[in-house]
Design a protein around this ligand. Structure first.
Ligand SMILES: [Cu+2]
Length: 184
C-alpha cells in the first residue's frame, strides 16, 4: 500500500528532526555563534528557561500533532522531568490555540486500546512522565485556525503545588496511521 508506506517514511524523518532539536535545546553552550542564522533551525527559537518557571522541572521535546481530519482533536506529546529535588505532580496543561486540553491515558487490554481522562500524573528525578503515543497524552479540542504546521505554540504546565512551567511546542502534521491509532 504505497500511501501508508510513504506516511511512515515522513514520520521517521520528522522524529529525526525532533531529536536534533531536543539536543540543541538542552545544550545552549553548544549553540552556534551565528545565532541569527540558527533561528530558522527547528526548536532554535524555544526558550525553555523562562524566569518564572518552576525550579528543576524541564519539559523535553513538546510537539503538537494536528488531527488527520480537520475538526478532530489534536494531541500534545512531551516528557516532563524533575532534574533535582522532590517529586512533582502534573495536574493541568494549557495550550494556546486549543479551547480545551485534557490529559488522557491510553491502555491496551486484550489487544483492545481505550483511553480515559486522568487528573494527575506524577514524575520524579528517577521517573519522568512520558506523554507519547499509546500512553499518556494531552488531547486538544477546539483547535484555532492559527494552529498550522511549523508554528511554535505556547504550552503551560501546572503542577500540584501551584508552580507552572511554560515552553513552546512545535506544531506538526500527523501521519494518517498515527492519527487513526490515537483518535479512533
Ligand atoms: Cu486521548
Amino acid at each position: 500500500m504505497p500511501p501508508i508506506r510513504s506516511a511512515a517514511v515522513i514520520l521517521v524523518a520528522s522524529a529525526g528532526l525532533l531529536a536534533i532539536a531536543g539536543c540543541s535545546g538542552n545544550t545552549p553552550e553548544a549553540a552556534p555563534s551565528a545565532s541569527a542564522s540558527a533561528s530558522t533551525a527547528p526548536g532554535a527559537a524555544l526558550d525553555p528557561a523562562a524566569p518564572d518557571n518552576a525550579p528543576n522541572v524541564s519539559v523535553i521535546e513538546p510537539v503538537i500533532k494536528l488531527p488527520a481530519v480537520p475538526g478532530n482533536p489534536g494531541v500534545l506529546y512531551f516528557t516532563i522531568q524533575q532534574t533535582a529535588g522532590k517529586a512533582n505532580t502534573l495536574v493541568a496543561v494549557h495550550v494556546d490555540g486549543a479551547g480545551r486540553a485534557e490529559m488522557h491515558e491510553t491502555k491496551t487490554e486484550n489487544g483492545v486500546s481505550s483511553m480515559a481522562p486522568v487528573t494527575s500524573v506524577a514524575f520524579s528525578a528517577d521517573k519522568p512522565a512520558e506523554f507519547k503515543a499509546g500512553s499518556y497524552h494531552v488531547m486538544l479540542f477546539n483547535l484555532a485556525s492559527t494552529m498550522k504546521p511549523g508554528k511554535d505554540v505556547e504550552v503551560t504546565f501546572t503542577l500540584a503545588n501551584g508552580d507552572k512551567v511554560s515552553t513552546f511546542a512545535k506544531v506538526e502534521e500527523v501521519g494518517a496511521m498515527e492519527g487513526m491509532m490515537d483518535h479512533m
